[in-house]
Ligand binder design. Structure first.
Ligand SMILES: C[S@@+](CC[C@H](N)C(=O)[O-])C[C@H]1O[C@@H](n2cnc3c(N)ncnc32)[C@H](O)[C@@H]1O
Length: 195
């Protein structure tokens, strides 16, 4: 685990600088569940934060592994799931130095990419590919900030098309979900598949 990376995120949680946190599950999840796009198998939630989507995914019948670099959200999410009588595998780890025991049927990628320095995006895309089974689904919410710097780093759609290239990823033909965030930013949602 990069100690500096961990310290930075830990510090944001301790300072309450969590503008990304909706306080509830994203409407994108409900949409994808209703559309039958979430496989009821092994699902990874990278950069889960407080993980409002995790309980919903467990209730929907998914077997969840949720990962975050910071201890605070991991401890809080673990406690909340216990109170709810739900089970998920909640892990504190740096995703750039983490390997699951088995691959996943799906990844629910809610603004973890935009939390990583773009210098690590190619490495992270490679990880996502390795973590998913062939044909596995990547439910991705790409943050649109329209400005330089971060986190959150802007994830322009042409850059996402280049990062998740057609050789390795199948893009949906349907238009993307446009998911406004209470913090004023917008996320664009796509259900990709790993080839
Ligand atoms: C923008 S927040 C999104 C949190 C959550 N998905 C949500 O939408 O509320 C990004 C999250 O990724 C975590 N994170 C950042 N870098 C990470 C890394 N290298 N490995 C694991 N988690 C990381 C942060 O601690 C933070 O909780």
């Amino acid at each position: 685990m990069s100690e500096q990376r961990q310290r930075d995120w830990e510090q944001r949680y301790h300072a309450g600088q969590t503008a990304w946190d909706r306080g509830a599950a994203s409407p994108a999840l409900e949409h994808w569940l209703d559309a039958g796009l979430v496989p009821r198998g092994r699902v990874l939630v990278p950069g889960c934060g407080h993980g409002h989507e995790v309980a919903e995914l467990v209730r929907a019948g998914c077997h969840i592994t949720a990962v975050d670099i910071a201890a605070q959200p991991v401890i809080r999410l673990t406690g909340q799931l216990t109170e709810l009588g739900l089970h998920a595998n909640v892990v504190q780890a740096d995703l750039l130095h983490w390997q699951p025991a088995e691959p996943f049927d799906a990844v629910y990628e809610q603004t973890c990419l935009c939390a990583l320095d773009p210098g690590h995006w190619a490495e992270y895309e490679r990880c996502l590919r390795d973590w998913l089974l062939p044909g596995g689904r990547l439910l991705a919410l790409f943050m649109q900030t329209g400005r330089a710097g971060g986190p959150p780093f802007d994830c322009p759609l042409p850059d996402m098309r280049a990062l998740f290239d057609e050789v390795n990823w199948l893009w949906p033909t349907e238009p993307p979900l446009e998911v406004p965030h209470p913090n004023g930013l917008v996320e664009m949602g796509y259900a990709l598949s790993r080839r």
